[in-house]
Design a protein around this ligand. Structure first.
Ligand code: TRP
Length: 337
């Protein structure tokens, strides 16, 4: 009887001890998981507007981070916001990303990078696919940015584009250049394009739009007054490009563009850059900031200034344009969508 009592107490004690042990292990593990979550670094991505190129660039950013070992939900948290072309949204979203304690911010397209730059001069900012970082006031020196901003400058190969257009439309005398008055990225590209075209003996007519609502009417007018259209990397136009192509098709005028995606969507040709790759490069730069390997102040802006010739054969046929053999040999030929 006595023995049974002792054995009983020992068993009871063992059960309690095992229970306490198991409870402690459990709470230690949840504790560890919570700590881990708290340690996740945050990457804030702000995209200006949706259009095929910016969407690809954003995807590229995520891939670039992943290539360097940073994956959403595993060891980083990605906060992604899209300003949908609205300046006040960009400003409030920049604040939101700061409130989420982003360790690095990525601005996709000039207006987004600018909104981030206005919101903080401490948190590192990586510019993604910015046409003219100096002209937009984002950095003062590409080699030594000095502040909290560096990133990828996609310098459109304007001269090669206009040379290609000259070869394709040897009879052309007047070129119409359409761009958004609010986009610094477009204005600087148009300035360079105008210089080149004028040097080549063309007459340049420039048309500024203030929103995508102007595209149809301005395109009609430009098609009447010029031989072909030249379109820069303009976000507003890229987001409503079909409207432009509808009008230029009616007028049977070719639209020479500045990005591969716009060729697929009905432009005639370009010397363009792989948009996804621009994003990958920016993502890698953000990863280097996260790992502590680099700081924006001492990281030169990555200037990507080359491009590949791309032509839309269907569109050329549709408009009765013969593509010179010399160009066909060098170019990638795509079919329109
Ligand atoms: N370079 C543009 C900017 O600075 C953004 C951009 C990248 C873009 N690729 C594009 C715009 C293609 C229009 C089309 O804002």
């Amino acid at each position: 009887m006595k023995n049974k009592g002792i054995i009983g107490s020992i068993i009871a004690l063992a059960v309690v001890l095992i229970g306490v042990f198991a409870y402690q292990m459990g709470s230690r593990q949840t504790g560890a998981a919570t700590d881990n979550k708290e340690e996740l670094k945050t990457v804030g991505i702000l995209q200006f507007i949706s259009h095929p190129s910016l969407d690809q660039i954003k995807d590229g950013v995520i891939k670039g981070l992943k290539d360097e070992g940073y994956e959403d939900g595993k060891n980083i948290k990605i906060e992604f916001l899209n300003g949908q072309g609205d300046q006040s949204k960009l400003n409030s979203m920049s604040q939101q990303l700061l409130e989420k304690n982003s360790d690095v911010l990525i601005g996709v397209a000039t207006p987004a990078a600018k909104a981030l730059a206005n919101a903080t001069s401490d948190t590192p900012i990586i510019m993604s696919a910015i046409s003219d970082p100096i002209g937009a006031g984002l950095v003062t020196d590409l080699e030594k940015p000095g502040g909290n901003i560096t990133g990828v400058n996609n310098l459109t190969p304007v001269d090669q584009q206009l040379d290609m257009a000259m070869e394709m439309f040897p009879e052309a005398k007047t070129v119409g250049m359409i761009y958004s008055s609010s986009e610094e990225n477009s204005k600087s590209q148009i300035d360079r394009a105008e210089k080149r075209a004028t040097k080549d003996g063309l007459t340049v007519k420039k048309y500024a739009i203030s929103s995508s609502n102007d595209i149809a009417q301005i395109t009609q007018q430009a098609c009447q007054e010029t031989d072909y259209l030249y379109i820069p990397q303009d976000n507003t136009i890229a987001s409503a490009f079909q409207t432009m192509i509808n009008e230029s098709d009616k007028a049977k005028k070719p639209v020479f563009v500045s990005v591969d995606n716009m060729v697929k969507e009905g432009g005639i040709a370009t010397v363009g850059q792989n948009q996804f790759e621009l994003g990958v490069e920016s993502g890698k730069m953000a990863a280097d900031v996260l790992s502590g390997k680099s700081k924006p102040a001492s990281t030169p802006v990555n200037v990507i200034d080359y491009g590949d010739m791309i032509i839309n054969e269907d569109k050329a046929k549709e408009l009765g344009i013969t593509i010179p053999e010399k160009i066909k040999e060098k170019a990638e030929v795509v079919k329109g969508e």
